[in-house]
Design a protein. Structure first.
Length: 501
C-alpha cells in the first residue's frame, strides 16, 4: 500500500508522536519545531482528504487491516473532512503564533510542556473528528480534555488554576455522561462501530435504554460544547488561559463537541427519534435563544476584553444549535457553516487580543488583564491590531462581506422555510446585541483619550500579527468566496439528512 492510502491514520499519528518527542527533548525550541511541523503536515493531509472525499466519496480506513465492525475504523465523509480542515488549520496558525506569545505568559521552563500538551490536544480533537468508533471518540475526547486542563493552568495568573479546576470538574461530569451513553448503546447493539451501531439501532430506536443514551449523550456533549446554561466553565477558561490556548479552544474545542452532537443525532439516533418523537427541537430552540440573548447581553457589561469575547462565544454557539433545531437542510448547513465561520473569526480575534496582552507592561512577571481602562486610546498606538478586531467583530455581528453574514443568512433562510418569521426577528435582534459589545471596544479604543500616565506602546511583533491576520483575512475571503464553506456545508447537510431518515 502506498503512503497516500494511510493518510487517515497519519492525520492522528503524527501529532500524537510529536507530543512525547517534545517531552523527551525538554527544550522549548525543538519542541516547537516538532509540534509545528506535525500541525502543518496534518493540515496538508486534511486538505488532501477533503479533496479525496469531494471527488471519490466517503473514505473508510481500517486500522491494522481489521475489517469493521470488529476492527477500529476511521471514516471520513463530507462533514468531518470539513471539520478536519478547520481543526488542523487552526493548529497550524496558532502554533507559529505561540512561539512569541508564550514568552510572557508561560514560564520558559514549561515551554516544552506547553507544546507537548498542545500536540496532545490537537491529536484528541482530530481523533474525535475522524474516528468511526464510539469508544475511541470517548478516548480522544479525554485526551483533548486532559491536555486542555493543563494548558489552561500553565498561565502565570493564579486564577488560571481555578479556571482549569472548574473546567476539569465540569468536563469530567460531561465525559461521564458520554461514556454512560456509549455503554447503553453498546448494550443495545453489541458494537462500538458507529456505522454498524446505526444499522443495529434502526429497529429499536424507541426503547428506553436508547432514549436514556440519547439524554445522557446530549447533556454530556452540551457540557463540553458550553451550550447555555452549561457554559459556566467557559468564561474563566478563555479569560485566564494563555492567549494561544484561548484562540485554539475558541476556534476548535467547542466546535468539535458540536460536531460530535451532529454526528450522533443524524447518523446514530436518526432524525425520527431526535426531532419527531421527542421534544428536543423545542428544548434546543429555547436554549439557543437564551444563549443568543442572555450571553450576548452579559458580554456588553464585561470590562475585560477576553471575557467579553468569551461570553460572545457562548452566544455564537447558540446560533449553531439554533440551526440544528430547524431539522432542515438549510438549518443544518447553517450550523455547519457557522461552526467554521465563527471558528476562524473568533480565533483571529483572540490572537489579536493576545498581541495586546503581549504589549502591556508586566507587573511581577504577570501580564495584566486587557481591561477597557488599559485599552483607552489603543487604536492610535496599535491601529492594525484594533482594525483586525473590528473586522472580526463585524463577522460576529453578521455584516455582509464577512463569513459570519453567510451562515446567519442561511439561518434566516431556514427560519423562513419553516414559516417562523419571529425567529428571523430574533436572529436580527440578537445581532444588535453583538453590535453593542463590539461598539464598546470601538468606543474605548478609538474615541477615548489615552491616560496621561500610560506607557506608550506600538504594534505587536509580526510573529503575532501575521497569524492573526491570516484568520481575519480568511473571514473576509469566505464572506465573498463561499464555494468551500457553503458547498461543503450543503453537501454535508444533504448527506446527513439522507442517512438520518
Amino acid at each position: 500500500m502506498s503512503l497516500a492510502q494511510h493518510l487517515p491514520a497519519l492525520q492522528v499519528v503524527l501529532p500524537l508522536i510529536s507530543a512525547p518527542l517534545a517531552v523527551l527533548l525538554r527544550r522549548g525550541g525543538l519542541a516547537f519545531v516538532i509540534v509545528t511541523s506535525a500541525a502543518w503536515t496534518a493540515f496538508a493531509i486534511a486538505i488532501t482528504l477533503w479533496l479525496q472525499v469531494d471527488t471519490g466519496g466517503t473514505i473508510s480506513y481500517h486500522i491494522g487491516n481489521w475489517e469493521p465492525p470488529w476492527g477500529i475504523e476511521y471514516r471520513i465523509d463530507r462533514l468531518n473532512s470539513f471539520v478536519l480542515v478547520l481543526v488542523s488549520g487552526m493548529a497550524a496558525v496558532v502554533l507559529p503564533y505561540s512561539r512569541a506569545s508564550i514568552e510572557r505568559e508561560i514560564p520558559r521552563e514549561s515551554h516544552y510542556l506547553f507544546y507537548a500538551m498542545l500536540g496532545l490536544c490537537f491529536t484528541g480533537l482530530l481523533g474525535i473528528t475522524i474516528t468511526g468508533d464510539a469508544f475511541n471518540l470517548f478516548v480522544f475526547l479525554e485526551i483533548s480534555s486532559l491536555s486542555t486542563y493543563v494548558l489552561i493552568a500553565l498561565g502565570r495568573d493564579r486564577r488560571a488554576l481555578t479556571a482549569s479546576y472548574q473546567y476539569l470538574i465540569m468536563g469530567s461530569i460531561g465525559a461521564t455522561f458520554i461514556v454512560i451513553a456509549i455503554g447503553f448503546l453498546y448494550l443495545m447493539t453489541g458494537t462500538l462501530n458507529l456505522a454498524d451501531m446505526a444499522n443495529n439501532l434502526s429497529a429499536i430506536k424507541s426503547t428506553r435504554p436508547v432514549l436514556v443514551a440519547l439524554a445522557f449523550f446530549t447533556v454530556g456533549v452540551s457540557l463540553k460544547a458550553a451550550l447555555f446554561p452549561l457554559h459556566q466553565w467557559l468564561p474563566n477558561a478563555y479569560t485566564y488561559a494563555p492567549s494561544a490556548v484561548t484562540a485554539l479552544l475558541a476556534a476548535t474545542a467547542t466546535k468539535v463537541s458540536l460536531y460530535a452532537l451532529i454526528r450522533f443525532y443524524f447518523t446514530i439516533f436518526g432524525d425520527s427519534l431526535v426531532f419527531d418523537k421527542l421534544p428536543l427541537p423545542e428544548i434546543m430552540l429555547l436554549l439557543s435563544l437564551f444563549a443568543m440573548f442572555v450571553a450576548n447581553f452579559v458580554a456588553i457589561f464585561q470590562t475585560n476584553l477576553k471575557r467579553l469575547f468569551a461570553y460572545s462565544s457562548v452566544g455564537q454557539i447558540g446560533y449553531i444549535t439554533l440551526g440544528l433545531s430547524f431539522d432542515s437542510v438549510h438549518g443544518l448547513a447553517a450550523s455547519i457553516m457557522h461552526l467554521f465561520n465563527h471558528g476562524i473569526a473568533k480565533g483571529g480575534i483572540f490572537l489579536l487580543v493576545g498581541g495586546i496582552v503581549a504589549t502591556l507592561t508586566t507587573r511581577q512577571g504577570i501580564p495584566p488583564a486587557p481591561t477597557f481602562e488599559r485599552l483607552a486610546g489603543l487604536a492610535k498606538q496599535m491601529p492594525i491590531t484594533c482594525f483586525g478586531i473590528v473586522i472580526g467583530g463585524l463577522s460576529l455581528i453578521g455584516v455582509p462581506g464577512t463569513a459570519g453574514f453567510i451562515s446567519k443568512w442561511y439561518l434566516i433562510l431556514a427560519a423562513m422555510e419553516k414559516g417562523q418569521w419571529w425567529l428571523v426577528g430574533a436572529i436580527l435582534l440578537s445581532s444588535l446585541l453583538a453590535i453593542a459589545y463590539v461598539w464598546r471596544f470601538v468606543e474605548v479604543a478609538y474615541f477615548r483619550a489615552q491616560p496621561v500616565d500610560q506607557v506608550s506602546r506600538g504594534e505587536a511583533s509580526l510573529s503575532l500579527l501575521i497569524p492573526a491576520w491570516l484568520l481575519i483575512t480568511a473571514t473576509i475571503w469566505f464572506g465573498f468566496d463561499t464555494s468551500f464553506t457553503v458547498g461543503s456545508a450543503l453537501d454535508a447537510a444533504h448527506q446527513l439528512m439522507r442517512s438520518a431518515r
